[in-house]
Design a binder for this molecule. Structure first.
Ligand SMILES: Cc1cc2nc3c(=O)[nH]c(=O)nc-3n(C[C@H](O)[C@H](O)[C@H](O)COP(=O)(O)OP(=O)(O)OC[C@H]3O[C@@H](n4cnc5c(N)ncnc54)[C@H](O)[C@@H]3O)c2cc1C
Length: 408
């Protein structure tokens, strides 16, 4: 489980979709080496739409709404439903968690950032994230839970950091999942321990003898602010010695063995595409033209029957990136596809884009929540949905899922 190549082409996306094995997925998806789809970077950036994926699963595999894979895709739709209804509120705690807000640190601990916490499940997750821009769902859950409940880091700090390094970084799925783990968007915090890791991850991830080698009761107490009882850790270390005949490392969060390993550098994050500066959108270039806009969340590109003479323009929105930086991996993934699709690319604020496009004959493209109000203001079309939209806001995934049907 080291590095995955995600080629930013529709061919690679379709190949991955064609390789999906729903039955194996349902059986093994919780295992790090299970048959997960790795479709997420393609979904986030619009190389595949949720509707296309769901239609394929229905047509090729006859899946109904009860199938585990369709439900997982439903979680993506659910988080977006919540974002649509709650807006900016999803970026702050929806309700209180196990400890008061001020008790959580707002800085990521350097040992976690540099993959030298000494907790293998944490360090393997961070290394994988940096190297590939992808993490299995279970690894995301473990990493988030460790940071929030063992290290007492505020979920928002962790969510911003993880979002920046993921190729599939999706504000609704990411920030709301972090809230779900933290217990600020769910009834209970998500907790795990070393036994859980051993069940689902390969051996190099096993974390016996570390801070997560404790009972759920002790981890729950830690999540609420207590120290992990050292007597319990000693007992578990003894149990591990018995299990595999080895001496485990001391059970501290920044273990000594990690100090011997070379530090991992966090990949640099950037608020704009690295490389040559891109021009600001220019009204003259668009005046009187039919324009098709391609942006980072619509990388499927324009339709094949685009009228001749239409200008295909790449849109980078400074307002979004000023707030949400990306890793080089992600800029390269998105940038390569925009290069392949567009005649020209510009970067500017929403105000600059509005002004520059005001004189275009017509502006086309797909709207997306990451564009904020700009999509609507430019009259971009909404994507056809995969599932019907419930009439009003739902309070939970189960309520949402009971209310939806396939959208035909
Ligand atoms: C802390 C945390 C952060 C996350 N951040 C993101 C994120 O930024 N972007 C993102 O797309 N997903 C995020 N997820 C959800 C999930 O982990 C990923 O969608 C999934 O791991 C992507 O890998 P896959 O395509 O192989 O998933 P598969 O298991 O193969 O699932 C297929 C598709 O279903 C959807 N899906 C599956 N599980 C979930 C879920 N729990 N929530 C929402 N959609 C889901 C995704 O679109 C995924 O591509 C996060 C989960 C957690 C716990």
């Amino acid at each position: 489980m080291n590095s995955f190549a995600f080629e930013p082409t529709p061919e690679a996306a379709r190949k991955r979709l064609a390789a999906v094995q729903p039955a194996a997925y349902a059986r093994t998806r919780n295992h790090l080496e299970g048959a997960v789809t790795r479709l997420s970077p393609y979904l986030t950036h619009g190389l595949l739409t949720l509707r296309e994926v769901v239609s394929h699963l229905r047509a090729q595999h006859g899946l109904d709404l009860g199938h585990k894979l369709v439900q997982e895709l439903g979680w993506r739709a659910w988080w977006h439903h919540a974002w649509r209804h709650r807006g900016e509120a999803i970026f702050a705690s929806l309700h209180s968690g196990p400890m008061p807000e001020h008790a959580y640190a707002r800085e990521l601990p350097p040992d976690v950032r540099q993959a030298r916490s000494g907790v293998p499940v944490v360090d393997e997750s961070v290394r994988t994230l940096y190297a590939s821009g992808y993490l299995h769902n279970h690894a995301r859950m473990w990493l988030a839970s460790y940071l929030v409940h063992v290290r007492h880091v505020h979920w928002r700090t962790g969510a911003d950091w993880m979002h920046a390094h993921l190729l599939d970084g999706d504000l609704a799925s990411n920030h709301l999942s972090w809230q779900w783990i933290a217990g600020t968007g769910s009834h209970q915090p998500y907790l795990f321990n070393a036994d859980n890791v051993a069940r689902y991850a390969p051996e190099s991830w096993h974390s016996f003898g570390t801070a997560v080698d404790a009972s759920y009761e002790a981890i729950g107490a830690r999540a609420a602010g207590a120290r992990l009882p050292s007597g319990e850790r000693a007992a578990r270390r003894a149990a591990q010695r018995e299990r595999d005949g080895t001496e485990a490392a001391p059970a501290t969060t920044a273990s000594l063995w990690a100090a011997e390993e070379a530090d991992i550098e966090e990949p640099a994050l950037s608020h704009h595409r690295p490389g040559p500066a891109l021009p600001a959108p220019d009204a003259q270039a668009f005046a009187g033209r039919e324009v098709w806009l391609v942006h980072p969340w619509s990388l499927d590109g324009p339709p094949r029957d685009l009228p001749a003479g239409t200008l295909v323009a790449g849109l980078w929105l400074d307002d979004h990136h000023a707030r949400w930086p990306w890793s080089r991996l992600r800029w390269d993934f998105v940038g390569a596809r925009l290069d392949a699709l567009t005649h020209a690319q510009c970067r500017g604020t929403a105000a600059q884009w509005r002004q520059a496009l005001a004189g275009a004959a017509a502006v086309h493209g797909w709207s997306d929540p990451n564009l904020g109000a700009l999509g609507q203001e430019l009259g971009l079309a909404a994507r056809p949905p995969a599932f019907t939209e419930p009439a009003g806001p739902c309070r939970s995934f189960s309520q949402f899922w009971r209310a939806v049907a396939y959208a035909d």
